[in-house]
Design a protein around this ligand. Structure first.
Ligand SMILES: NC(=O)c1ccc[n+]([C@@H]2O[C@H](COP(=O)([O-])OP(=O)(O)OC[C@H]3O[C@@H](n4cnc5c(N)ncnc54)[C@H](OP(=O)(O)O)[C@@H]3O)[C@@H](O)[C@H]2O)c1
Length: 245
């Protein structure tokens, strides 16, 4: 089996959820250095401690804080970090639900983190030979829920951007992971009982009969880092969500 020995992995959105799961999986795959990035210094340092305390591997763990909406700060971070092997993009702010009752300025701003942040990284990151960039979309692009039109639009843009980038950044490989429901901090704004019901109802409908944690979707990112023969593709990890009623 391939490992990530000697590899430097940079994870935007690595302080929680899917990004944190990818950080943990990278260390378990022998990555030499894992750098997690998010906007909140305290949460970054908390996640760094959890990764170090977890003793998931012998790799070095670093944390950096930047608000990816701040173009200058994001470019500076990329310059400071220098060349890396793999970049994972799973930064995401609050879910933009509620269409059509939204103001135009707000709707435009909902692209800032998930889409425009990724664009700045694509233009400014430095990759070592054999490197890759892995973006994150979601099954909303094929199966949107009611009032989820803006979420579908953002993730659809990221999905298309991935295929374009695979040509524009070649020989750097560019792929995306398209998760279904995953138990992460993304859902923190839902009331606990509402969330419990959402996950229970979802598990019942899914062919796999459970809602995954970040560890299960992290496997897809590991594959995309390690397989040198895949680019411009999306891996959908959704427990059968898009097949289920
Ligand atoms: N969980 C799911 O069910 C699911 C399903 C499909 C797709 N997705 C997508 O997968 C991606 C990751 O989701 P997740 O579930 O892992 O969410 P999460 O646990 O909330 O993680 C989001 C990460 O992004 C960071 N972030 C947010 N705003 C940022 C900013 N302005 N600058 C830098 N970092 C920022 C957060 O840290 P700070 O807030 O501290 O900055 C956090 O580390 C999102 O795009 C989400 O829409 C998730």
């Amino acid at each position: 089996m391939a490992t990530l020995a000697n590899k430097i992995i940079l994870i935007f959105g690595g302080s929680s959820g899917i990004g944190f799961g990818v950080a943990e999986a990278s260390l378990k795959s022998d990555a030499a250095t894992v750098i997690i990035v998010s906007s909140n210094e305290e949460r970054v340092q908390g996640a760094v401690k959890k990764l170090k305390d977890g003793k998931f591997g012998s790799g070095e763990v670093k944390g950096l804080s930047v608000d990816v909406k701040d173009e200058a700060a994001l470019k500076k971070l990329l310059t400071d970090v220098g060349a890396v092997d793999h970049i994972v993009w799973s930064a995401g702010d609050g879910l933009p639900l509620g269409f059509p009752n939204m103001e135009l300025d707000f709707m435009k701003s909902t692209f800032d983190v998930r889409f425009w942040g990724a664009v700045i990284v694509a233009q400014n990151a430095k990759f070592r030979v054999g490197g890759s960039f892995i973006l994150t979309t979601g099954t909303v692009i094929v199966k949107p829920g009611k009032t989820w039109s803006m979420a579908a639009a953002i993730m659809g843009a990221v999905d298309s951007f991935t295929r374009g980038l695979a040509l524009d950044l070649a020989p750097i490989r560019v792929n995306s992971v398209c998760p279904g429901f995953i138990k992460t901090e993304l859902w923190k704004d839902f009331a606990p009982d509402q969330l419990e019901k959402l996950f229970a109802d979802t598990a019942e409908k899914l062919p796999v009969k459970h809602v995954a944690g970040p560890d299960e979707v992290a496997e897809a990112y590991m594959f995309l880092m390690k397989c040198a023969y895949i680019t411009g593709q999306k891996i959908q990890v959704d427990g059968g969500h898009t097949l289920a009623a």
